[in-house]
Design a protein around this ligand. Structure first.
Ligand code: HAM
Length: 429
C-alpha cells in the first residue's frame, strides 16, 4: 500500500529567502556592515528568546506589541514565560547591562536578524521580519541623535534610494508628558462620543496612542487635541533645536510631525521615522529615537541612549524598485566528465582550481554530455572543463568558453594541458 504525505508549508507571514534573492540580502548586509563600521559601530548578537518580562517592562504593557503581537509561551521544562524577540532594543540593553559594558565607556553597537510580531500579514508586514538595529548607549547630547539621522541619509544615498523623507518630533521628558497627559485625558473625556472602542480602552492607560489612530471618524478630534510639543520645557526644546540645527548643517530636510509618537513606550525627547510612498500602506522604512530611561528601567545604572531600527524587507523592496539586481552566477567553472575515471579526475582537478580561489561545480552523477552542458549553461559559469577518455590519455582538458564575450580572439573550445589549466582559467574567468 502506498502512503501519501501532505506537504508541510511555511507559517503565514514567515517567508523563505531563496538562493536567487538571498544574494540581494547578502549584498545589503555587506553594505550595511561597511556603512556602520564607518561610524564606529560594532556588531553584537543577542538570543532570539528572552524572558517575557524584559519586553513587557521595556516596550510597555499598553502597546500593540505587548498586548497582541508577541509570540510568547511557557517553557514547560522549567515553567518560565518566554518570548521570541519582537524587537532588538530591550535585548541589546539587557545584554549591555548584564556584561557591564556601560561602566567603562559608551557603546555604539548594532545587530542584524529576525524579529517576530504576530501581525496581520500584508505587503511589507510579516510575522517574521528582519531588522538592522543600531544603538548608541551612554550618549546624552543632540549631536548623537543628529549623527544617527545623518548616517541614515548616507545609507539611502549608498543604496541609490530617493523618495524617503524624514519625520521628526520630540516627546519631551516624563514630567512634561505627565502634564500633557492630564490635559489630553481631560480633552478626550470631553470628546468621548467620537472615540472608538480601542480609544476608550486606552484613553486612561495610553492616551497619546489614541491620537495615533487611523480611524477617519477620529481625525478631527485628534488634530485639535493638545499637542505634547506645546508642553515641552526649555531643556527639551533646546535638545530638539540642537538636533534640528545639526540636520540643517548636514543639509537634511525634515518635517516636524507633532503626532509622531511611535509604538513603543520607552522613548523620550527625539523620535523620528523615515517614510516613503513607494511601499503602499507599510511605508515606514526606519523608526527610532532617544530612550534615556530604559537602561535604568531594566536594572542598569542610569544612562542615556538613542537608536533606530530599519525593516530589511521594506528596504530591500525599495532597493529592487531602484534597480533590478541580477542574481550572481553559482560558479565560475563547471566540470563535465564522461566515465568513472574522468569523474574522479575531475573531482581532483576541481580541488586544485579551488585552491587557486576559483568557484567550481563538478557535475554530480553521470549523464550525457548534452544534459551536462545544459546544467553548465544554467549555472552561469564562464567556462566548462570537459574530461573524457581522450583528455585523460593526453593529460589535458577541453575548455569551452560559455560566454561569447570571454572567448576573445581565442577559439570557443581549446585543449589545455592539466599543468596549465589553473593558470588559464584563473586568467580568463
Ligand atoms: P519599530 O518602529 O517597531 O521600532 O520597528 C522598526 C522598523 O521595523 C519599522 O520602521 C519597519 O520598517 C520594520 N517593521 C516593523 N514591523 C514590521 C513587520 N511586521 N513586518 C516588516 N517590517 C516591520 C523598533 O523596533 C525599535 N526597537 C527601534 C529602535 C531602536 N528604537 C530605538 N532603538
Amino acid at each position: 500500500m502506498t502512503q501519501s504525505f501532505q506537504k508541510v508549508r511555511a507559517l503565514t507571514g514567515m517567508k523563505d529567502v531563496l538562493p536567487d534573492t538571498s544574494a540581494q540580502w547578502e549584498g545589503l548586509e555587506a553594505t550595511v556592515r561597511d556603512w556602520l563600521a564607518g561610524y564606529g559601530y560594532r556588531n553584537m548578537r543577542t538570543p532570539v528568546l528572552e524572558h517575557t518580562r524584559l519586553f513587557t517592562r521595556g516596550i510597555g504593557e499598553v502597546t500593540d506589541i505587548v498586548e497582541k503581537e508577541m509570540y510568547s509561551f511557557t517553557d514547560s521544562l522549567n515553567d518560565e514565560q518566554l518570548t521570541m524577540r519582537p524587537e532588538f532594543t530591550a535585548g541589546m540593553v539587557r545584554a549591555c547591562i548584564e556584561h557591564n559594558m556601560l561602566y567603562e565607556r559608551p557603546q555604539r553597537v548594532y545587530a542584524l536578524g529576525p524579529v517576530f510580531r504576530h501581525e496581520k500579514p500584508q505587503r511589507g508586514r510579516y510575522r517574521q521580519f528582519h531588522q538592522i538595529d543600531v544603538e548608541a548607549l551612554g550618549f546624552a547630547g543632540p549631536d548623537v541623535d543628529a549623527e544617527l539621522i545623518v548616517m541614515l541619509a548616507r545609507l539611502w544615498k549608498l543604496l541609490g534610494l530617493a523618495d524617503i523623507r524624514l519625520e521628526l518630533n520630540s516627546l519631551g521628558q516624563a514630567h512634561e508628558r505627565a502634564a500633557h497627559r492630564a490635559a489630553l485625558i481631560e480633552y478626550l473625556e470631553q470628546h468621548k462620543s467620537v472615540l472608538d472602542e480601542e480609544a476608550l480602552r486606552r484613553m486612561y492607560t495610553n492616551p497619546l496612542r489614541v491620537l495615533d489612530t487611523k480611524n477617519p471618524a477620529m481625525q478631527a478630534m485628534a488634530d485639535n487635541a493638545p499637542r505634547l510639543f506645546d508642553f515641552l520645557g526649555e531643556a527639551s526644546l533646546a535638545h530638539f533645536q540642537g538636533v534640528c540645527e545639526r540636520l540643517q548643517d548636514a543639509g537634511i530636510a525634515y518635517r516636524l510631525n507633532p503626532r509622531l509618537v511611535r509604538g513603543l513606550d520607552y522613548y523620550n525627547l527625539t523620535v523620528f521615522e523615515w517614510v516613503t510612498d513607494r511601499l503602499g500602506a507599510q511605508g515606514t522604512v526606519c523608526g527610532g529615537g532617544r530612550y534615556d530611561g530604559l537602561i535604568e528601567l531594566l536594572g542598569g545604572k542610569p544612562a542615556p541612549a538613542v537608536g533606530f531600527a530599519i525593516g530589511m524587507e521594506r528596504l530591500l523592496d525599495l532597493c529592487s524598485q531602484a534597480g533590478e539586481a541580477e542574481a550572481p552566477p553559482e560558479c565560475q567553472v563547471y566540470m563535465i566528465h564522461q566515465g568513472e575515471a574522468a569523474q574522479r579526475r575531475a573531482a581532483l582537478l576541481a580541488e586544485e582550481l579551488r585552491d587557486a580561489g576559483l568557484r567550481v561545480i563538478v557535475h554530480a552523477g553521470s549523464s550525457g554530455f548534452k544534459s551536462q552542458f545544459r546544467r553548465a549553461d544554467a549555472s552561469g559559469a564562464k567556462a566548462a572543463v570537459i574530461l573524457g577518455d581522450d583528455e585523460l590519455a593526453s593529460d589535458s582538458a577541453s575548455v569551452k568558453w560559455l560566454r561569447q564575450e570571454d572567448a576573445g580572439e581565442q577559439p570557443q573550445q581549446e585543449s589545455v594541458g592539466f599543468d596549465r589549466l589553473t593558470t588559464v582559467l584563473k586568467n580568463r574567468v
